[in-house]
Design a binder for this molecule. Structure first.
Ligand SMILES: CC(C)[C@H](C(=O)O)[C@@H](O)C(=O)O
Ligand code: SF4
Length: 461
């Protein structure tokens, strides 16, 4: 079919081109630059060396997340971690940038606080030196991760060079069964299409299913677009988006005017995408990962797959698992609930709903790590911390925590950890730790039982 109209992505792109022609890298204006301590030190150093300033301090917002200890937050023992945190603090002061420092009410995982503060808005280009920047695309923006030299470029110029990618539409249709979450949609998509189906594409999720999903759920899906190879995942902004943003700290004061502007951002026709994937969510079961990349995942009522190549063999060796066992027989000794994939209030509430009145299995250690201080405070106001503590879980301070082992929160070697995060690579959660990705409710239920259960069956919980 011939393209008659424009996609959401095309419209967003057009609005941001500063110079250059299609087919070659174009200079794009950046509306929001989020900064964290890991990928920014050399960028600031570069500015200093070249005697440059930050071009738009009011379009830049920094926070600390990866290195933050989630127990004793002001006591960072690791030298490198402490240095990164202190360096960001000094840099923000020197260059006049807003910083949500440790202990500050706005501090948290960069992809949790951007939306929470209303910094992330429809119609923007959002960048950050972090691959999961795709999360912000849930608001109808082009959002993608950049490298440290690009961080320096954006700080200095508020622009970035980009080659326009092709567009892929993912049509989500059907209704989710009870017990099946947004996390399962994206895990299933990756399991069925591989870790690189989105490579070279700007992916837009669209369709009836999305209209029913909350912003939190939408963010979970866009967050993991990168695990399917797409640098960016996005969704059309709608009433749910506008309602979410109303009243947030940095949301526009004149919402009516803003909404009028935002409403122009949608795809005209399905034929306008370069390629389309149809995806029926109504038959999906909850998914769990068994291997060492996010595509090595299966429905919870399935058996682990055959060994088809060396990668599969290697994954089995690392995970100490075998083909043909039931997914529900994977032993779980640790659970982790948190991260920019599933560390928002709605995720914590979902886990608490399952955990309420239960206790984690005797051999299970459980860490609950809110994605931001605000999430933590709000959860405590609802008494969720007490539900977790009564269930034998640790209720910790906000940060990236055991999503990746860059702080004291590490999963011990050999331990199987059910985790609400997005990556299950070798060593991701600690040396020789074994990660199993799943939704918040599935992880909570696995903690109670010491193995995965199919939460669609009421008696399973
Ligand atoms: C440390 C950072 C650069 C990294 C990323 O880019 O995603 C991290 O957040 C991750 O999740 O692996
Ligand atoms: S929570 Fe995990 S995935 Fe998200 S930014 Fe932190 S380390 Fe990366």
């Amino acid at each position: 079919m011939k393209k008659m109209g424009k996609t959401l992505f095309d419209k967003l792109w057009e609005k941001h081109v500063v110079s250059g022609e299609e087919g070659k890298p174009q200079l794009m204006y950046v509306d929001l630059h989020l900064v964290h301590e890991v990928t920014s030190p050399q960028a600031f150093e570069g500015l200093r060396m070249n005697k440059r300033t930050v071009r738009r301090p009011n379009r830049t917002f920094a926070t600390m997340d990866h290195n933050v200890p989630t127990k004793d937050i002001f006591n960072i023992k690791d030298q490198i971690s402490r240095k990164q945190i202190e360096t960001l603090r000094t840099n923000c002061k020197e260059f006049g940038l807003r910083l949500a420092d440790m202990g500050n009410e706005d501090q948290g995982i960069v992809h949790v606080i951007g939306p929470q503060l209303g910094l992330t808005q429809p119609g923007q280009i959002v960048v950050c030196g972090d691959s999961h920047t795709a999360t912000h695309g849930a608001f109808g923006s082009i959002a993608f991760g950049i490298g440290t030299s690009e961080v320096e470029h954006v700080l200095a110029t508020q622009t970035i060079w980009q080659l326009k990618p092709k567009t892929m539409g993912i049509h989500l249709h059907g209704e989710l069964q009870e017990g099946v979450a947004a996390k399962d949609i994206i895990m299933a998509l990756i399991a069925q299409n591989g870790v690189d189906f989105g490579t070279g594409y700007a992916v837009e999720f669209f369709g009836e299913t999305l209209q029913e999903l909350s912003m939190e759920n939408r963010m979970t899906i866009c967050n993991m677009a990168i695990e399917g190879g797409a640098k960016m995942g996005m969704m059309r902004p709608d009433q749910t988006t506008f309602e979410y943003l109303k009243g947030r700290k940095y949301a526009p004061k004149n919402m009516d005017k803003a909404i009028e502007y935002w409403k122009q951002f949608y795809t005209d026709d399905v034929d306008d995408y370069d390629t389309v994937i149809e995806f029926d969510v109504s038959t999906l079961a909850p998914y769990v990962s068994w291997g060492t990349n996010p595509s090595m995942a299966i429905p919870v009522d399935a058996k682990l797959p055959k060994i088809t190549d060396m990668n599969v063999q290697r994954a089995y060796d690392y995970m100490n698992l075998k083909p043909a066992i039931n997914a529900t027989d994977i032993p779980i000794q640790w659970i982790f609930i948190g991260s920019c994939t599933n560390g928002r209030l709605a995720d914590i509430q979902e886990a608490a709903r399952i955990m309420k009145g239960h206790h984690v299995a005797e051999n299970v250690t459980a860490w609950i790590v809110p994605g931001s201080r605000t999430v933590k405070n709000e959860a405590e106001k609802l008494g969720l911390d007490q539900i977790f503590k009564d269930a034998g879980c640790e209720w910790r301070e906000p940060g990236c925590s055991a999503c990746l082992a860059m702080n004291p929160d590490k999963i011990p070697a050999g331990i199987h950890c059910a985790s609400t995060t997005n990556r299950n690579f070798e060593g991701r959660q600690g040396k020789d730790a074994r990660t199993h990705l799943a939704s918040p409710a599935m992880v909570a239920a696995a903690g109670i039982h010491g193995h995965f259960v199919d939460i669609r069956q009421k008696e399973a919980i």
